[in-house]
Design a protein around this ligand. Structure first.
Ligand code: OSB
Ligand code: MG
Length: 382
């Protein structure tokens, strides 16, 4: 295997990493078991090459460390003070090398992924190829699902589900938390007996404390139960998987290829959700989906309420052959009145997104919107 995946003619010479924080109001509040959010603070990374070319990545860390340990305000100094100096010393010549060079950094994978994915965009633009094909993607039309936040009542939730099904989405996922679970699932299942339906608890339950719940949830023919228990708790996920027929899908628990291997070996899950930010970028995501495919574990692309840049990166990842279930990759208009890419990401009436033909992430970045929404910027030279 050559050291670099890219052709020698596309050898990178990184000149600078530019950070930009923007604030984006969500069209409607999004509620999970760990909090309710009405806006997103987002860090955008621009990786600039000596040739003048630039690539874009998005940091998926949230404002507060509630989904995982990272936050907007932890990622920024990790990028400027740790990631860029290491990349500078490593003399990076291809995107594939970025993750390897940054392996000494503990955790902070969302900070790493923001930079790593920007460098992949940059490299594929220099090579004049769409990012998805540069990564080795094969699926040219990806299947889309939606994630629906916790709603005030079963009736309101059923309305929301009806809207998304009418829009063509192929899988509905609803968020649950203790006290807001069975009644919601029951209402949706009664109204829509045949849809692909799953639930996501974002680690809100304890195995022992909710004994009756698992058997009840098991009656609804769910496609999966996503991350019911704590992120580090593979043991209890394995015990739970033995108790129920519904496949467990792990999200928060999977931060690396090692986590994926151990979860699969322990039979703690039968499905894996891959998020670029959580695993540290495209190289790691590609390895995880390869391992999962080998072990007959379907994977799908998770979402973190991304703007168009993160969404476009997710589309590229979703074209890899292991991504056999619909992902949380939905249209820009579900979240943003005005997205930062042009055209915005749209989903066909059949619930799919066709991959772009142009180089890199394949969507133009709207500098006017970035400028208008800018809260702070910083440029670090390599
Ligand atoms: O667990 O998948 C999750 C949003 C924020 C944090 C965690 C999650 C989510 C979602 C939204 O479910 C998925 C999306 O971006 O549409
Ligand atoms: Mg999840």
């Amino acid at each position: 295997m050559p050291a670099c995946f890219a052709e020698p003619s596309t050898k990178l010479q990184l000149e600078a990493i530019e950070l930009l924080e923007i604030e984006m109001p969500l069209k409607s509040a999004f509620e999970t078991s760990f909090g309710r959010f009405s806006k997103r603070r987002v860090v955008i990374v621009r990786a600039i090459d000596k040739s003048g070319a630039a690539g874009y990545g998005e940091c998926t860390a949230m404002e507060q460390p509630l989904y995982n340990h990272e936050s907007v305000d932890s990622a920024w100094p990790v990028i400027t003070g740790s990631i860029v100096p290491i990349l500078s010393d490593a003399n990076i010549s291809c995107a594939e090398d970025v993750g390897r060079a940054l392996a000494p950094i503990r955790g902070n994978r969302m900070a790493i992924a923001a930079v790593e994915t920007a460098v992949w965009d940059l490299e594929s633009r220099i090579a004049g190829k769409p990012l998805w094909s540069h990564l080795g993607g094969t699926i040219e039309e990806i299947e889309c699902g939606v994630s629906i936040g916790i709603q005030s009542s079963p009736e309101v939730l059923v309305e929301r589900v009806a809207t998304e099904i009418a829009a063509g989405y192929r899988r509905i996922k609803i968020k649950i938390k203790p006290g807001k679970d069975i009644r919601l699932v029951e209402a949706v299942r009664r109204e829509f007996p045949d849809i692909l339906l799953s639930v996501d608890a974002n680690s809100a339950y304890e195995l022992e404390a909710s004994n009756g719940l698992w058997r009840e949830l098991d009656q609804f023919g769910l496609l999966m139960i996503e991350q019911p228990l704590a992120a580090g708790d593979l043991l209890d996920h394995a015990k739970l998987q033995l108790m129920i027929d519904t496949p467990i899908c792990l999200d928060e628990s999977i931060t690396s290829v090692r986590d994926a291997r151990q979860a699969i070996e322990l039979e703690a899950c039968r499905i894996i959700n891959i998020k670029l930010g959580r695993v540290g970028g495209h190289a790691a995501a590609r390895e995880i989906q390869y391992l999962a495919a080998e072990k007959n574990i379907p994977v799908w692309c998770g979402g973190m309420l991304e703007t168009g840049i993160g969404r476009a990166q997710n589309i590229a990842m979703s074209t890899l052959p292991g991504f056999t279930l619909p992902g949380d990759v939905s249209a820009s208009e579900r979240y943003w009145a005005e997205d930062i890419v042009d055209p915005p990401i749209i989903v066909s009436p059949a619930g799919t997104i066709r991959v772009p033909d142009s180089a890199g992430i394949g969507f133009a970045v709207r500098n006017d919107v970035l400028k208008a929404r800018s809260a702070r910027t910083e440029t670090v030279l390599l």
